[in-house]
Design a protein around this ligand. Structure first.
Ligand code: ZN
Length: 70
């Protein structure tokens, strides 16, 4: 299991909130992170972010490439 967070801001051209593993080198600043908890893969983390009201969610290309769409 890995810990994931979602960026409270949208910082990419697609206007998505990106989901990251905490080990990611491109992690958002602490004040811009919302902790999502632990998941076996990024798909669970994306689903959790959507449950919390982030409608546009995408996986980080660096740490969660299998969830990265745009
Ligand atoms: Zn990342």
């Amino acid at each position: 299991m890995d810990k994931y967070c979602v960026n409270k801001n949208t910082d990419n051209p697609g206007g998505n909130h990106e989901v990251h593993e905490y080990s990611c080198s491109g992690l958002p600043e602490p004040e811009n992170r919302e902790d999502l908890g632990e998941f076996s893969d990024c798909h669970g983390a994306v689903k959790e972010a959507k449950n919390r009201g982030y409608s546009k969610v995408d996986g980080c290309i660096h740490c969660s490439p299998s969830c990265h769409k745009e």
